[in-house]
Design a protein around this ligand. Structure first.
Ligand SMILES: [Zn+2]
Length: 90
């Protein structure tokens, strides 16, 4: 059975240049070195294949929220150490 049998359309696309821009902000001020991808505008750091897949996905379905795995432990997702957590409150 293939995806086509289930009515899911598959289109093969080249991964070339798919990670040449930031998937979060569209910035082209990025550095790609081996498997590492880094955006200099928003400081996004990701595996280059993840950034590439993210860009390809958005090219088909539109803007997406940042995958949770990329922001874990940073910014608003670092809730465990957030000053908003006041455990001394009654
Ligand atoms: Zn960026």
């Amino acid at each position: 059975m293939t995806f086509g049998d289930g009515g899911i359309a598959i289109e093969a696309v080249s991964e070339a240049d798919s990670s040449s821009e930031c998937p979060s902000y569209g910035s082209e001020t990025v550095t790609r070195r081996g498997d590492s991808f880094r955006c200099h505008d928003c400081a996004l750091e990701a595996h280059s294949d993840v950034a590439g897949a993210w860009n390809l996905l958005q090219s088909e379905v539109g803007p997406m929220a940042r995958p949770a795995g990329l922001s874990a432990g940073r910014d608003r997702d670092a809730s465990e150490n957030s000053p908003d957590n006041d455990y001394s409150r009654p």
